[in-house]
Every structure is written in C-alpha cells, then in structure tokens.
Design a protein around this ligand. Sequence first.
Ligand code: PLP
Length: 407
Amino acid sequence: MKFNTKLIHGNSKLDGTGATNTPIYLSNAYAHTSAEKLENIFQGKDMGYAYTRISNPTVTAFERRIASIENGLVATSAASGMSAIYLAVMNVVQSGDEIIASSGLYGGTYTLMRNLKSFGIKVNFLEDINEVTLNTAINAKTKLVFAETIGNPRLDVLDIEEVSKVCRDNNIIFIIDSTMTTPYLVKPFEYGADIVIHSTSKYINGTSNAIGGVIVDGGSSKYADEKYENFKPYTKKFGKMAFTAKLKDTIGRDIGPALSPANAFLNLTGVETLSLRMKEHCKNALAVAKFLESSEKITSVNYPGLVSSKYHNLAKKYYKNGYGGILTFRLGNKEKAFKFLDNLKLILNLTNIGDTKSIIIHPSSTICANNTEDEKRQMGVYDDLLRLSVGIEDVEDIIEDIKEALR
Ligand code: PLP
C-alpha cells in the first residue's frame, strides 16, 4: 500500500460485524472461558485481551495503523505525548546513565529531561546536534540521543541521517520526536532513527479532540550491545522487538498511562485525513510566512519553507511534500507581541499546535514560563516571539486577521 491508502486501511482488520470503523471497546477487562487461555495471555504465549491498561482492541487498531504509516515494526500508545516520551526514555536509561538531547526541544520535554537529575540521570543539552558536537559529547555513559525532527519552537531542522550515523557508529539508541512533521513529511526510520514518537494530540488526531501519544519501534539491533545490560533478557527472547517487549513488561505496566479507547477511536478517524490536512497546513503556512516576511512590522520570520531560512536546504532534503504548518515571528518587544495577540479575531490564542484551526501563542510567558532565561535563549524563545500553528481555514482570512491585528 502507498501512504494515503495506509492512512485508511493500513494493518486494519474488520471485526466479525463488518463495522468499517473499529468500535470503541469500553471494557476494562475481558472474560475467558478457560483458565489456560487467560494464563497464556498473561504470559504472552497467546494473543488476546485481559485488561485495558495493558491492551484494548480499539487501542490496538490505532497502534497497528500508526506502525503501518510510520513503517515501524510495532507501536505502543500512551495517554499523552509527554507520557510516551517519558516511557520511551525511561525504558532505556537507568541511574548513572547519560542522555544527549537537543536544547531546542519542546518546553515540556526539556523540563522532563532536566528533571531526570533526581533519578541520577544526566542530560547533556546541545545547542546544535551534529556529527562534531555529538562526537565530542558522547562518553561511555551515553545511552541515548533524543531530538525532534524540527525543534518546537526553535524550528531548527535536524540532520537526521548525520545524527543516526553517529549513533550507529557508537551503538547509541536514537529516539526522535516527529510530532511537528508527521509521517506525511518525514519518516525518520528511513534515515536510521531507532524509535519515533508522536504526540498524537496534534496533527495525527487533527482536530484537537483527544490527548494521546505513541511510541513506534523501528526494530533496532542496538539493544543487544553489551552497554544495554537492562535489555539482555528481552533481546534474548524477543530479538528486534526487545524495546517494545521491555516497555510492555516493565515501565508501561508499572506506570500504566494507557490511551483511552475513546481517544484511540478519535485518532483512528482523524488520521485518515492526515495527508489532506497536512497539504493545506503546509500550503497556508508558506503563504503566511511569505506575507509576514514582506511586512515591515515584523522583525524576523522563521519558517523552513522560506529561502531565507538557514534550515531551508535541510528541510528540502528531508521533508516530502511541504515544510510543515508551524512558524515563528518576532515583533520587536513583548508589549507589541501582546497587543498583536489581543487584536486577533480569527486566530486563537492558546497552547496547542496541529489543529485545523489557526492558533498562536507567546511561548516565553506560557509554555516556557518554567524555563530559566538561559534555557529560553538556548530554546530560541524570546520575549517578542510568537509561535503560529497555521490552520486549514482559507488563507486569505488568516492573512487578513494578521494584517488587521498588525494595523
Ligand atoms: N512533543 C512535541 C513536539 C510537542 O509539541 C508536544 C506538545 O505540545 C509534546 C511532545 C507533548 O505532547 P502532549 O501534549 O500530547 O503531552
């Protein structure tokens, strides 16, 4: 199947009723007529369902769809993007280990990484993740490299192949958050990432009616390296499925941040139109970026689709079909930025991205309010910076709203 067909049919199975949409199985537990069957399900020897915190038919259908569109081996969902990131990271590292992460990470992820200190895990933030900086930062304790396909809101495009190569040469697990780009724009497994994460709350769901996250396992053989002694029992038994097997057997089960079956249903419905929506998001964002660039009232615009962006060539290399729906721009000072926000009528001032609706935020006073001034500088967050997630309304209306507010 090609990509658009997979969005609708990938890994799908009709249930006995022939329902074309997977029903929402709102059942916490599943009865079995033989004790042996339930024993086998518990011990992973037989397929089937026991308890929705562990697995659920609607959630499984969504996970299978995501694994299909991302070209991964298997996917595991979670109650939010943050819990997906937490599970994936803590599935790899333990006390005494080190992580290398981009300093341009989404604020919530940056804080999560910073807070790992209390578990004895050190995170080395790099302002620019490339072959040279990585090779300098890697040491015997480094177990994980974590980055985003494009930083939120720094909008720095990652050279995925370059980072993958260093990770491969050093046998270090490479996890990438592809929330901002989605598999419509980039498929990180094609460039050597080991694990791909999405906050499905954004473009995958598409209309902001369900918080969720997903961890896609690309089936790496790195877990067999002797430095990952915590994976040993799993690589022996599950081979390339070791990451997911460990996740399901340990931290996933311990913490239990299961995706709600109702949210899985909404995501399954939403993801079918991912390509159609992304196409419009990309087209509108480019038009808005060009308009902003032409306005004298805007001091700078950051969008990888603009030829003026220092990430334009990298974006051209990695992103198929467009440059994404997010851009940032600066207005000179915080007062002007706030006044602009207060004068918008169509574009909503709220914390989110990837909705059909155009939405905007002042990151410094909101999503990055818990970060220090130095961290904000590293994250590319300034007092006059606004982040705009361009929706799929008629672009003339979006631009008119911006024009009016600028006036
Ligand atoms: N990753 C990125 C790039 C995000 O932008 C966000 C949220 O904005 C998250 C992860 C966290 O996702 P969630 O809000 O679903 O927990």
